[in-house]
Design a protein around this ligand. Structure first.
Ligand SMILES: [Zn+2]
Ligand SMILES: [Zn+2]
Length: 136
């Protein structure tokens, strides 16, 4: 968890730049099929309160309604995958790779392991959850 400094980040082209004014969780690795299709592999994200996320630049930010309950934020210029949030929710998942370094974060666990692709082997000792993680 990062509580000290303010984390910042953005996509590859700079069309989206954000900062997080508050706590960020450690990084969760989601192996579900929706995350695979939009990220190309595993969705690595840290969450923060929705109202802690502020934009310095968002001219290329677009939101895609990826399911009944959620939408995903991405850059329409460079294709960078940036955010996931539940519709009407108060938490935003921020893709960990878009955070400026160092992040001070650590990997936390794997989720939706039951729906991962056949090539997707896990070779670390982090906790694995078949679906969503229990509250932590
Ligand atoms: Zn971009
Ligand atoms: Zn997922």
């Amino acid at each position: 968890m990062q509580t000290g400094k303010m984390l910042t980040g953005g996509c590859l082209c700079g069309g989206v730049r954000y900062r997080v004014k508050g706590e960020m969780s450690d990084v969760s690795l989601c192996h579900c099929s929706q995350c695979a299709r939009t990220t190309g592999h595993v969705f690595a994200s840290a969450d923060c309160a929705a109202d802690a996320l502020a934009f310095e630049e968002s001219r290329t930010l677009r939101w895609y309604r990826s399911s009944q309950k959620a939408e995903r934020g991405f850059c329409a210029e460079c294709g960078g995958n940036l955010f996931w949030r539940k519709i009407g929710g108060d938490v935003v998942e921020v893709t960990a790779g878009t955070l400026d370094r160092p992040t001070g974060l650590r990997l936390k666990h794997h989720i939706h392991c039951a729906s991962r692709s056949d090539y997707d082997e896990i070779h670390d000792h982090l906790p694995q959850h078949a679906a969503e993680a229990e509250a932590d």
